[in-house]
Design a protein around this ligand. Structure first.
Ligand code: BDR
Ligand code: CA
Length: 310
């Protein structure tokens, strides 16, 4: 199986991504690292463990990472995800421990111990942990197989400011450092994730699965979609983060192209904006494969099938 580390700030859609990974035998999750984002670090670290316990997978270790962005105060998103970040189902106190090792050190150690080019980083939150790992041990850049990130947006605009997507906005300096690192990057921007909506019919298929993870996930999604349905009048919420895992399982669901992507870090108006050279109007280095379209029905079929295996 393909070895992955999931770096995350759960988040209901992060939970869907983790469950998709857990249900997929093609993937071996080496560890889950948490970061401050949707909610503060102590809560994302609690939530990651709750999700694993919902799935009976307490064998997977959780490592807490950065509690704030590299150069800015933390911005959170309780207005979207609720007070806990995982609002919806009844949440318990996790029984499984948090690992004593810092997430950044776990990432570095894993990339050094595993054979070069075999570990994929899946990032579902702000890129703080990855940027800190690259700063501490720059030599790991050449050992990463691929980094698949949920973040950014170009034609679609932003969701936290008119210009910026949340994960990049929270820590633009980190995103900029990762995009400069030379790691092969695949980017899932809002242009993709706003095409996978939790339509009623899709949620009903998840509900019909009937196992504990599916039940918890449906309760999370019903809470999560409230925000978008009310704010944008859309027909369900965008299931951002599982697109990252789906890409590893079925890349053919997606289409995009290699581009240059730069992150705005200076302007207060557009901080965290991802400037994607989609039309190749510069000669700047292609540093990411940027996805733009997705087969949404194929994605939901995959998600339901894999949650059904949990
Ligand atoms: C991203 O921000 C978070 O709120 C979601 O979990 C997702 O990772 C979408 O902009
Ligand atoms: Ca997330």
């Amino acid at each position: 199986p393909r070895k992955i580390i999931i770096d995350t700030d759960p988040g209901q859609d992060d939970a869907a991504a983790i469950m998709l990974g857990l249900g997929s035998p093609e993937l071996e999750i080496l560890g889950i690292t948490t970061v401050a984002g949707n909610v503060p670090l102590s809560r994302t670290s609690t939530n990651a463990r709750i999700i694993l316990e919902f799935c009976g997978r307490t064998d997977i270790k959780v490592f807490a990472g950065a509690d704030r962005p590299i150069a800015r105060p933390l911005v959170t998103a309780e207005h979207v995800h609720g007070k806990t970040g995982l609002d919806g189902p009844e949440l318990h106190e996790p029984q499984m421990p948090l690992q004593p090792q810092h997430a950044v050190d776990f990432i570095i150690e894993t990339l050094k111990c595993e054979a070069a080019g075999t570990v994929t980083l899946c990032t579902l939150g702000p890129l703080t942990n990855i940027a800190l790992a690259l700063e501490k041990a720059p030599e790991i850049a050449g050992r990463v197989r691929e980094l698949v990130m949920m973040g950014g947006g170009f034609f679609e605009g932003g969701n936290i400011t008119p210009a910026a997507e949340f994960n990049v906005y929270v820590d633009p300096e980190a995103a900029a450092a990762v995009l400069k690192s030379g790691i092969p990057i695949v980017m899932m921007p809002l242009d993709v994730t706003h095409k996978v909506l939790t339509l009623k019919s899709r949620v009903e298929k998840l509900r019909a699965i009937g196992n504990r993870p599916a039940k918890a996930l449906v309760e999370m999604l019903e809470f999560f979609e409230r925000f978008d349905v009310e704010k944008y009048g859309s027909d369900g919420g965008p299931l951002h983060d599982p697109t990252v895992i789906a890409y590893l399982l079925k890349p053919d669901l997606f289409s995009g192209r290699d581009c240059n992507v730069e992150v705005e870090t200076a302007s207060p108006l557009t901080a965290g904006m991802t400037v994607v050279d989609w039309w190749q109007v510069t000669s700047r280095r292609h540093n990411a494969r940027v996805m733009k379209d997705i087969d949404a029905d194929g994605f939901f079929a995959l998600l339901a099938e894999r949650i059904g295996r949990l």
